[in-house]
Every structure is written in C-alpha cells, then in structure tokens.
Write a protein that binds this ligand. Structure first.
Ligand code: TXE
Length: 480
C-alpha cells in the first residue's frame, strides 16, 4: 500500500515517529494507503519551516505570488483526471461530482485569489487638510489551515489560496479521513518549483496534530472548517492566545417551499440540496418546510424524484449517490435514522444501508432518506446529521415558517422558493443565516462573504473578506 508523506520545507517526509494508520476506500471498505500518524514534532518542524519561509515569501511581489499560484492551478487542471479519481476513491463521492465540482473548484480557488490580490485596494482618510490616514494591510505570519473531509481539495485550496496570495506561509492539516489529494498537491508543489517552506502539509489525527498546530506560539492565524464541537474546542484553546480565528462550522439549513413557488424548480433544487455529495455538505437543506396547500402534491413528487436516484459505484457516470466517507460516519447516520423512528418519524423512502454487489459489497452506501412527522424541535431536526437524510415539515404561514427556520443553534444558509419577489426579500431579511438563496441552492460567487451566524461559525471567508482575514490592517496618520 502506498505511504502518504508529509510535505515539510519542500520535501516529502515520513512522520518523525515512523507511525502510520490505514486509509480506507469507502466504496469497498478496504484499506488502500497509509496515512502518517504525525505528532507535535512534525508540527514543530513544519511551523519552523513556514516561519523561516515567511521572511522571504512575505516580501515577494504580488505578481510573483500570483504567478506561482497560477502555476499550481494549471498543474492541477493538467492532471485533473488523476485528482478526480483520487478524490472519489478517498472520499466515496462520485467521480462525476469530483469532475463537476471539487477539482475544477480547487483550480478556480487558486486562480481567484491569485488574481484578487492584483485588484485589491487600500483605504485613505483625509482630515480636512490637517492629516492623511492611510491603511496598509500586511501579511501576518504562519497560517494554520485545517480542512474537513467532505470537499477535501476544494476546501483546502479555499483556505491556502488566500493565505498564500496575501504573503503568509501555511501549515495545512487535511482531514485524516481524506488525505490523498492534499498529498498529490504536495507532489505538484515540488514539480512546479513552489518555494520551500511556503506551504507545508502535515497529515494525522485531529487532536494529535491539530492541537499542537492551533496552540503553537508561531501560528497567529487559524482558519478552520469542520464540526461545531471541534470549532468550540479550537476557540477555547486559542481565544486566550488572541489568535485571529475563522471558524466555518455546521448547519441545519431550512429549505422553504411556499405554495406559490415554481413547483418543478423547487422539487429539483430540494433533491439537490438534500442529497448532493451524499448530504455531506454544510449547506445541505436538511429541513424541508413545505406550505400546507401543496404539501401532499410536493411530497408525492419529491418521493418520485428520490426513487429515481441511483446509489452505486462512484466511478459510474449514472450514479447519483456514492459512498459515505467512513464506516463510523455511515453508522452515525444510520443511528440518527433509528432515533428518528423512535421519535415517531415515518421513513417515507430509504432509511437503510444499501448493499451493492461484487467488489462494492462492503462499501459504506446509504439510501437517500425522507422522513416525515417529526417536530421541528426534536433532536433530528436540530442536530447536523450530515448524511442523505431530509426531514419534511409542513407549515401554514410565513410567520410560522420564519420562526421554525430560526429555531436552531445554527445559522449557516437557507433557501426560499416563491414567485412572490416581495415575500422572497421579506423572508430572506428575517432569516438568521449568513447565506440565503431565493429560488436556488448553492449558487456560489467566490466574491461573496461566506459563513454563518450563531453556532455555524465565526467570521466570513470569500473574496476580499478572505484577503482581509489573512492580513493585518495598519493605519498610518501623517500630520500635514
Ligand atoms: O469533523 P471534525 P468530523 C460536521 C458533521 C460531522 C461532524 C463531525 O456534522 O458529522 O462535523 O465530523 C480536524 N484541533 N462536519 O469529526 O473533527 C480534523 O482532523 C484541530 C461539518 O470529521 O471537525 C479535520 O481535519 N483540528 C463540516 C477537521 O478538523 C482538529 C465538515 C474537521 O474534522 C481537531 C466536516 C483539533 N482538536 C464535518 N480535531 C462542515 N462544516 O463543512 C479534529 N480536527
């Protein structure tokens, strides 16, 4: 089995302790590579390398940094089929999802921030002839970038691109469950001659590698995407150290269908919002609120569409849902479905593990599942399940659905389907969420602020928000 290696100071290195753990292919349940079981020693080495590299990288011109990031983007694009196959094998997601979304977005993230730095501007405040204030923004130091397993290369590049573009150096920690495409990226860095120490990638378990990274005295910036509990843990450790922290956490996003919605569009988007990437996207619409007048018709059409979804081999182009990321995550989701039944929920479709034949018989496949009959305040409608499970909830009035939509600890995103434009804007304004879509879902412009309210996170990423996060403003006041 292939051994994945850490990428530290421009070299591919074994973990200092020589230990590895197994990495599984979720579609057949078998181990296929070894992941470094790194620890504090590796983190210390990586941070030291990044700190040293910061001295020169922070002084390179924007054009030079931009050119190097564009080279990385081009190299990923050139080898995109290899990345697509690797992402699908490592994560269980369909190759078509990786081809359409994950891998093109990784290149797009790098290109977006490589060019954004060329179009940024600074502020100037004049004081009526008495003084001029100008505000410059400078790189901060070593950024710790911690990414999850659901969109492995996509979310890793979403963090490292703005961090590097603004002149910081990086120690990245990909999820231990999906390390492969980050490993491929480190090989590409070597191929394109990325300067040593500027990007470092250390693999390993969350707390064993994550804690020494986030609490390291030389990592003043932390960018994290993952579960809310881990986010709380990181915030608790790093707040007393006054680190600049961005936390992108979970969601329990409402998808609201009014009776006057474009029916076909609402059905199509609701299916996509519930089951894309096996429901393992923080933006998934897992609470589906449908207005009473159309509830029965909507439910019937939804079930018809869900019954057409094909769970199968992630490599096959006709597959809609691939495998869940890990056995433990699949079991967690199955446990939530059992809990839903105990709470009185009716499973309208799905609800079981899908056993496929041949080589895939031990794969972690789940059926797309629709549940009805649960109150909005029960655990299933309050906790992030992060699987192909959607809960149908009827509502009568606009006021009632706004109240239910907001009655969670999360506030990441929401979708509203209505042909009444005033209602669309009114409900969007009333919903506690960082991102609201009207008549669509997950339509993303990389310039928009991305992030959540309440326990969905802290801060915003995206566009100039990311450039601001990874830089420190400094105001200079010049007396005239
Ligand atoms: O996430 P973790 P898990 C949600 C989803 C899921 C739950 C748990 O509900 O069921 O979180 O998933 C690293 N210091 N989301 O346990 O642990 C870890 O190694 C520093 C939502 O897999 O939060 C990985 O790289 N880092 C979500 C990253 O944190 C630590 C995406 C995320 O893993 C760490 C994934 C520590 N002490 C899960 N402990 C989203 N919002 O998109 C772990 N990590």
């Amino acid at each position: 089995m292939e051994k994945i290696l850490n990428y530290i100071n421009g070299e591919l290195l074994k973990p200092s302790n020589g230990e590895y753990f197994e990495n599984y292919n979720p579609s057949n349940g078998s181990a296929y590579s070894w992941v470094p079981d790194s620890d504090k020693t590796d983190i210390d080495k990586a941070v030291a390398a990044a700190k040293e590299a910061f001295k020169s990288w922070s002084k390179t011109s924007k054009h030079e940094r931009s050119k190097l990031l564009m080279k990385l983007a081009d190299a990923i694009e050139k080898r995109s089929e290899e990345f697509i196959r690797a992402e699908s094998k490592d994560n269980g997601k369909t190759e078509s999802q990786a081809r359409k979304v994950d891998i093109p977005r990784a290149s797009a993230n790098l290109r977006f921030f490589a060019t954004a730095i060329l179009h940024d501007h600074s502020e100037l405040h004049e004081m009526d002839g008495e003084a001029i204030n100008y505000t410059s923004r400078q790189a901060i130091g070593v950024a710790a970038c911690i990414s999850p397993w659901n969109l492995p290369l996509y979310l890793l590049t979403w963090k490292i691109a703005p961090a590097l573009a603004t002149g910081n150096t990086v120690v990245a920690k990909p999820s231990e469950v999906t390390p492969m495409t980050a490993f491929l990226l480190s090989k590409i860095c070597i191929e394109v001659g990325f300067p040593k120490g500027v990007l470092n990638i250390v693999h390993g378990y969350g707390s064993k590698v994550g804690d020494p990274l986030t609490t390291h005295v030389d990592t003043p910036i932390i960018s994290f995407t993952g579960g809310t509990e881990t986010g709380k843990h990181i915030a608790g450790l790093t707040a007393p150290m006054f680190k600049k922290t961005s936390l992108e956490l979970g969601g329990k996003n409402p998808n609201i269908i009014f009776a006057d919605a474009n029916f076909d569009q609402a059905i199509e988007m609701s299916v996509k919002a519930a089951f894309s990437n096996q429901g393992q996207i923080c933006l998934c619409g897992s609470r589906l609120f449908v207005q009473k007048e159309i509830y029965s018709k909507f439910k019937a059409a939804l079930l018809t569409e869900v019954s057409k979804l094909k769970v199968g081999d992630p490599k096959a182009p006709e597959t809609d849902l691939g495998a869940m990321v890990s056995e433990s995550h699949m079991k967690k989701v199955l446990g939530k479905i059992e809990e839903a039944k105990k709470l009185g929920g009716q499973i309208l479709i799905g609800g079981e593990r899908e056993i496929l034949g041949g080589e895939l018989k031990k794969g972690y496949f789940l059926q797309p599942t629709v549940i009805e009959g649960l109150s909005n305040d029960c655990s299933i409608n309050q906790q992030e399940i992060f699987g192909p499970v959607v809960s149908l909830i009827p509502f009568e009035t606009e006021g009632e659905v706004i109240e239910m939509a907001n009655a969670t600890k999360y506030g990441l995103s929401a979708s509203i389907f209505t042909e009444n434009i005033s209602r669309g804007h009114r409900v969007a304004a009333a919903i506690d969420a960082g991102i609201v879509w009207i008549n669509t879902w997950i339509l993303r412009d990389l310039r928009i602020p991305f992030g959540g309210m309440k326990q969905s996170g802290l801060g915003r990423e995206g566009g100039f928000k990311s450039l601001q996060f990874f830089t420190e403003p400094k105001n200079v006041c010049l007396k005239i």
